[in-house]
Design a protein around this ligand. Structure first.
Ligand SMILES: Cc1cc2nc3c(=O)[nH]c(=O)nc-3n(C[C@H](O)[C@H](O)[C@H](O)COP(=O)(O)OP(=O)(O)OC[C@H]3O[C@@H](n4cnc5c(N)ncnc54)[C@H](O)[C@@H]3O)c2cc1C
Length: 277
């Protein structure tokens, strides 16, 4: 979002379209009122913005892949006061956007490496922009693998992307559903079990992992057990954010502020913080 630098005052955006993704998760397509028809905003994968729902409050939300035009989107799960209020809005309603904030994913450092993505449920939201970046620059990376787990087939995020990714050359997609259900003829079991079934590259590999705590811990155990180092495992930390600019300390964990130092950390850093994900 290089040309946008509204870190303290929300910039007004209009909701142009709302897409239902899975239960309680919607994608909101937005455009900034003052830049309609202007240059496409440029986002750094892994960064986030603060989204204001007027009358309800603000919450942190991951940025999507950079759009091709002035329209961008945010995917949001309804979990509390502000996200509930956002889900009540309609196309034509306004929200405020502040940002971008945070460090983003370390693409320069991982050039030439194999890239593994492991996502559980809506953990695919923050990882998707990284996946798209890597796919668009495939020649700069080695093998690219996605391991995705969801409770049921209906809870698989971004089904339209998954359809394309499954057939994309140079991209390996492995999907599992927790328990067998009629009509699903793919893999069953938790996502970490897939890592045992595939010839996963270990040397010169970086792994991006996002998902609920129980999944995260099981995946870390598997990846480190395979020999992938703690410095080569990357994740994003979620903490309650208020200011987004390192002032209010709401998101501090020990010496780090997730809004400015993060949200992207290596597993080695997360362990050093003594953080229980
Ligand atoms: C960097 C970053 C990126 C993010 N990206 C996304 C994204 O792309 N999409 C997305 O949907 N979310 C994202 N989130 C998460 C989102 O910001 C939070 O879910 C946010 O708190 C929602 O605000 P809310 O007011 O709707 O819910 P809140 O009221 O803040 O509630 C959020 C959760 O906290 C629990 N909670 C609330 N109050 C209490 C309490 N007093 N004690 C214990 N638990 C409580 C609720 O039960 C709920 O599970 C991101 C967060 C961060 C930090």
């Amino acid at each position: 979002m290089s040309e946008i630098n509204n870190t303290t005052i929300p910039e007004i955006a209009t909701i142009e379209e709302i897409k239902d993704e899975i239960v309680d998760v919607k994608t909101f397509y937005l455009s900034f009122d003052e830049r309609k028809g202007g240059k496409a905003p440029q986002f750094k994968s892994g960064q986030f913005v603060m989204c204001t729902v007027f009358g309800a409050g603000e919450f942190a939300v991951s940025l999507p892949p950079s759009p091709e035009n002035d329209r961008f989107h945010l995917t949001v799960r309804k979990v509390g006061k502000v996200t509930d209020a956002l889900h009540e809005l309609f196309a034509g309603d306004k929200v405020g956007i502040r940002g971008p904030f945070g460090n983003g994913f370390p693409f320069d450092e991982i050039k030439g490496k194999n890239v593994i993505y492991v996502a559980g449920g809506i953990g695919l939201i923050p990882l998707r922009s990284s996946i798209m970046h890597v796919m668009q620059n495939k020649e700069k990376f080695g093998r690219i693998l996605l391991f995705l787990g969801a409770r049921t087939p209906r809870e698989l995020m971004y089904q339209y992307n998954l359809k394309d990714w499954k057939t994309a050359p140079g991209f390996e997609t492995y999907i599992t559903i927790d328990n067998p259900v009629p009509g699903w003829d793919g893999e069953n079991g938790f996502v970490h079990t897939l890592l045992k079934k595939v010839d996963v590259p270990v040397k010169d590999t970086i792994a991006f992992v996002c998902g609920p705590p129980i999944m995260f811990n099981a995946v870390i155990k598997e990846l480190t057990g395979l020999g992938i180092s703690e410095e080569s495992i990357v994740s994003t930390l979620e903490r309650h954010m208020k200011c987004g600019i390192g002032k209010c300390q709401h998101c501090s964990i020990g010496r780090t502020l997730v809004c400015t130092d993060g949200p992207v950390y290596t597993y080695r850093q997360i362990k050093t913080l003594g953080e229980q994900i």
